[in-house]
Design a protein around this ligand. Structure first.
Ligand code: PLP
Length: 432
């Protein structure tokens, strides 16, 4: 970036981490489609491998195109460093595996994306990491479920289908008093919510969604807030204090000291990413950089369109209920207003009169909306969770996760609002 540091995402996402190529003067960050990097000499190579100096070794663990993406996202969030990964799923898995090992536990909100739920409830359990699910309605649930083996708290800022914003500050404070960092999946609310400002320690993104925005690439990012005092919690955070056998017994809180408050991301990069290999491709990083450039503008329009869709649906006689943070009351609305700035996101849920058949008929009648299992695309998307994403759950489990048989979820896109509403209108007319 130029010498003047900006605090504004509109500027950061165009300038941070890259000015121009020193050799060719290229302005756009190039796609560094290379596997490896030439060492100056054996001394240079040895110091890179020993982490005495940070620099490029091999694209599985770092790449200059991914580096620009990492710097931009870290700066956007006010964090100390970031790590680009192959998918949002890889980011969620790394987020926990970086702190918890077999025999230890994590306390997570129940309100999660289905893929994260499976990862926590099955795969991490198979690895003997016990994920304890608690309702986010009462922040004290996190305190009650934790013990001296709890290594992290985990939640989503704006979880669907319920769309009730998570009490970030309240749960972060409970964790900080006990030496437990709060990890926030902010996928559905980039720009709108800044989790580090409310005490979260780590952010997870599926960049597949709004950050990419064009629906072309799968990716994920982990962001280190650089704001968690690992040194003070030796007992509660052994992963950060245990000597690392593959780096001659290095201790992460010590090894990171000369490099800044990046112990968490340094460990994730040099152990998990090195060993498990879920690297983001440089080409995808390039595409996400294109997405980032317009993210603040797009989020503005996504939110504006979603608020209009929520209003339209609330006035429709075939719609029995609308789920949208801006239409909520009481504590749910207070949390939305406390944590989301500049809009209430672009996810809108609603129930169609006529049960499951009407929900399906509505989806089948849509002409412009895409019927896909995704969110955050520039195009408007719709899905009927009871017959798709949540179809493997029992009726009771569906109810618990907020999915009624007649529930439809929209991810409101960037088309002209008149066209979005016209498509919903004609599909609702056919829903019975
Ligand atoms: N987190 C949230 C909130 C998501 O919606 C998703 C995907 O839908 C993921 C994580 C997983 O991301 P990916 O599909 O990039 O692996």
């Amino acid at each position: 970036m130029s010498n003047r540091k900006s605090q504004h995402p509109e500027t950061i996402l165009l300038h941070e981490g890259w000015r121009a190529d020193p050799n060719t003067t290229s302005v756009a960050p190039p796609i560094h489609q290379t596997t490896s990097y030439l060492f100056h000499n054996t001394k240079h190579a040895a110091s890179l491998f020993a982490l005495q100096e940070l620099g490029n070794i091999y694209t599985r663990i770092m790449n200059p195109t991914c580096d620009v993406l990492e710097k931009r996202i870290a700066a956007m969030e006010g964090g100390s460093a970031a790590l680009a990964l192959a998918s949002g799923q890889a980011a969620s898995a790394f987020a926990l595996q970086n702190l918890a090992r077999a025999g230890e536990n994590v306390v997570s909100s129940t309100d999660l994306y289905g893929g994260t739920w499976n990862l926590f409830n099955n795969t991490l359990r198979d690895q003997a990491i016990d994920v304890r699910f608690v309702s986010p309605e009462n922040p004290e649930n996190f305190a009650n479920a934790s013990d001296d083996k709890t290594r992290a708290f985990y939640a989503e800022t704006l979880p669907n289908p319920k769309l009730e914003v998570f009490p970030i500050k309240e749960v972060a404070e409970i964790g900080r008093a006990r030496g437990i960092p709060l990890i926030m999946d902010n996928t559905a609310a980039p720009i709108l919510c800044k989790p580090f400002e409310h005490g979260a320690a780590i952010i997870v993104y599926s960049t597949t969604k709004y950050i990419g925005g064009h629906g072309t690439s799968i990716g994920g990012v982990l962001v280190d807030g650089g704001n968690f005092p690992w040194e003070r919690f030796k007992e509660q955070q052994p992963a950060m204090h245990r000597p690392e056998p593959s780096y001659h017994g290095a201790v992460w809180v010590e090894a990171a000291k000369p490099l800044g408050p990046i112990a968490y991301i340094l460990k994730a990069r040099t152990t998990l990413l090195r060993d498990l290999g879920s690297a983001m491709s440089p080409f995808n990083a390039f595409l996400f950089l294109q997405g980032l450039e317009t993210l603040p503008l797009r989020m503005e329009r996504h939110c504006e369109n979603a608020a209009k869709v929520a209003d339209y649906l609330a006035g429709h006689k075939k719609v029995s209920r609308v789920i949208f943070p801006g239409a909520m009351e009481g504590e749910a609305r207070a949390r939305a207003d406390r944590y989301l700035k500049g809009g209430y996101g672009a996810l809108v849920g609603f129930n169609v009169e006529g049960g499951a058949a009407a929900g399906r008929a509505f989806i089948d009648a849509l002409e412009m909306h895409y019927h896909v299992a995704n969110i955050g695309d520039a195009r408007s998307l719709a899905i009927h969770p009871a017959s798709t994403t949540h179809s493997q759950l029992s009726a009771e489990e569906q109810k618990q996760t907020g999915v009624d048989p007649d529930y439809v979820r929209l991810s409101v896109g960037l088309e002209h609002i008149d066209d979005i509403i016209a498509d919903l209108d004609q599909a609702l007319a056919k829903a019975k």
